[in-house]
Design a protein around this ligand. Structure first.
Ligand code: G5P
Ligand code: MG
Length: 254
């Protein structure tokens, strides 16, 4: 794996089926990086029948979006749990000079902001979060993300792919019956466990997910463009996009 010189904190944005999961998997092999997929975490909760999972199942099946505050808590919680960002010492554990100054300057709310670790080994990427402007603003308050990738894949290309998608749910590994089939049909290459189809990949639900993307997620591109973080890569296939994305990460972080 290529070592990074500076910490990368990346976001992958793209319509459903654009290849976020595919690119994440490849990047994890290529670079010393970790990843969080919001969809995978939600599906994990559905499988485990947690209260969140039970609530999320219906919404996902219908192609809707989970509430912003729920998602923010979930993902920010996950980030601190994994130690890629660290909670700053709270003011109650001894008011530091800078802490006291923050109170005086009215910036006390910021005192609990998560501190991003600048160690390259804390590099990570987010797949599927943030998905709305509100989520992006909440994330901005916690963590300084430094690279946002927009996977720009035409809709007609995407629609063809989804019919053939098979997933290994526990790991999030994705296959495609035509394009990257598993070695044994219906079986995960790594664990030998059965592959399944996603409940939200039927044509009606997929159409709703595309619409939710246009309405709620596309506006994020403007948000991150203004912040100077957006990098758009266009392509009809993941194989076209991967080398471009790799080169851009090397240019920025390696
Ligand atoms: P998810 O799980 O985040 P989506 O809809 O954003 O779901 P999805 O469907 O997982 O995204 P992807 O990861 O972008 O798509 O694409 P992929 O799986 O890598 O590729 C799709 C298929 O194409 C695969 O079969 C792959 O093998 C194949 N493929 C890839 N490249 C090529 C290629 O070049 N050629 C060909 N022929 N095939 C290829 O979110 C699910 C739900 O969870 C909720 C929402 O309800 C959402 O709908 N959710 C949230 N709600 C609110 N806020 C959030 N932040 C949320 N996050 C999730
Ligand atoms: Mg995915």
């Amino acid at each position: 794996a290529t070592k990074l010189r500076t910490a990368a904190r990346m976001i992958l944005i793209g319509p459903p089926g654009s290849g976020k999961g595919t690119q994440s998997g490849r990047l994890l092999n290529q670079f010393k990086l970790s990843s969080i997929s919001s969809g995978d975490i939600l599906r994990e909760n559905i499988r485990a029948r947690t209260p969140l999972g039970v609530q999320a199942e219906t919404i996902i099946r219908q192609g809707g979006l989970i509430a912003d505050n729920v998602m923010v808590k979930l993902i920010v919680g996950e980030l601190s749990k994994r130690g890629w960002v660290e909670s700053r010492p709270t003011l109650t554990s001894g008011v530091t000079m800078s802490g006291a100054l923050e109170i005086l300057s009215g910036a006390a709310a910021k005192a609990t902001r998560l501190a991003t670790s600048e160690s390259p080994s804390s590099s990570f990427l987010l797949d599927g979060f943030p998905r709305t402007r509100k989520q992006a603003e909440s994330l901005d308050e916690e963590v300084d993300m430094n690279f946002v990738v927009n996977l720009d894949v035409p809709t007609d290309v995407i629609l063809e792919r989804i019919a053939g998608r098979m997933v290994h749910e526990p790991s999030g590994r994705v296959y495609n019956n035509g394009w990257n089939p598993p070695r044994v049909p219906g079986i995960d290459d790594v664990t030998g466990e059965p592959l399944t189809r996603r409940a939200d990949d039927c044509p009606e639900t997929f159409a709703k997910r595309l619409k939710a993307y246009e309405e709620s997620t596309a506006p994020l591109l403007e948000h991150y463009d203004k912040a100077g973080l957006l990098w758009t890569v266009r392509g009809n296939s993941s194989d076209e996009i991967t080398p471009l994305l790799d080169a851009e990460i090397v240019r920025r972080f390696a």
